[in-house]
Design a protein around this ligand. Structure first.
Ligand code: ATP
Length: 301
């Protein structure tokens, strides 16, 4: 087993333990022992390969031969200045939009449109106001019987701590609760790739921290691959295995965050945060390849 896989296994063990200790009220059958928990080996996250991807909108080239590899089960955060193409990259990986050139591979197959193994969570919850919380979550279920759909939706709501709000309308929930419902809808059916586009951007600071912890716990338990677009460098350092910076249409910076989980805001954390922030704020440099960027800037502490 590689050092990375070993580390991920340990984190997952810790995460399961943390879940048992802190979330016992909301643990569904599958996690409480009456049903066996699925083996993470059976259901790994999807790897992603972005090769020489170009995206143009009219005359504007937003992504310019961008290369990026994401391993199975890895948590990658994408940062960069406003308008640099973070959401564009995420939409291409999700299959919500087509690249102008290059290739995107999810798992073993070239990405062609959306697929049920890949889900996206946006900054706004995008709930249907005329459907109950439970019915909104059910929208994320594909190809199951009515009963299985209901069970899966309840389980996803349990995971985010909202099982008791299943029959409510979205309008009576707080912003944070609505985002939890959106997270439940993204998680239902156990997707293998979860793409987060600033999902916590509109939340207050406390709710944001709670949601970060929830996302981390769920990632540790479920083994999906996660890609998080965020403006918040501290959030990227708190959650990601790797933080990448997009600049001039390419990856300009790629750093592994080698801090133990759960992450405390100690000296090591601040060091990563400061280094990444300084780099984001530097005047833009000419685009260089992912490999060159990693070789130039990778560091370990
Ligand atoms: N559908 C579209 N049509 C035309 N231009 C677009 C479209 N989508 C994005 N763009 C342009 O592509 C560029 C990158 O947009 P994108 O939303 O990916 O940036 P971002 O890094 O996510 O920005 P922010 O951090 O502000 O959300 C912007 O200049 C934007 O105007």
């Amino acid at each position: 087993m590689s050092a990375y896989a070993e580390k991920a296994r340990t984190w997952r063990e810790d995460g399961r333990q943390a879940g048992r200790e802190t979330d016992h009220k909301h643990i569904p059958d599958r996690l409480s022992g009456t049903k066996p928990e699925p083996q993470t080996e059976d259901r790994k996250g999807l790897s992603v390969r972005v090769e020489q991807v170009v995206k143009r909108f009219g005359d504007q080239t937003v992504l310019d031969r961008l290369d990026l590899s994401i391993r199975e089960g890895e948590f990658v955060a994408v940062v960069g200045r406003s308008g640099c193409g973070k959401s564009t990259l995420l939409r291409l990986i999700a299959g919500l939009d087509d690249a102008s050139g290059g290739t995107i591979v999810r798992g073993d197959s070239a990405a062609a449109g959306i697929d049920p193994q890949t889900r996206v969570m946006f900054q706004d919850a995008r709930l249907l106001p005329w459907r109950s919380v439970l019915d909104n979550v059910k929208l994320g279920v594909y190809g199951l019987s009515k009963r299985e759909t209901e069970l899966n939706a309840y389980e996803a709501l349990s995971l985010v701590g909202l099982k008791d709000r299943a029959r409510d309308w979205p309008s009576v929930l707080s912003g944070g609760q609505r985002q939890r419902v959106a997270l439940a809808r993204a998680l239902v059916g156990e997707p293998r790739l979860l793409l987060f586009d600033e999902p916590l951007g509109a939340l207050d600071a406390l709710t944001r921290i709670e949601m970060q912890r929830l996302i981390e716990q769920l990632w540790l338990r479920r083994s999906f691959t996660a890609v998080l677009v965020t403006h918040d460098v501290a959030e990227a350092v708190a959650l990601a295995d790797r933080v990448i910076l997009i600049e001039c249409g390419r990856i300009a910076f790629d750093v592994s965050v080698t801090l133990a989980r759960p992450r405390e805001k100690d000296g090591g954390f601040t060091h990563f945060e400061r280094t990444i922030l300084d780099r984001v704020l530097e005047p833009q440099q000419a685009a260089i390849s992912e490999k060159e960027a990693a070789a130039k800037l990778a560091f370990d502490i």
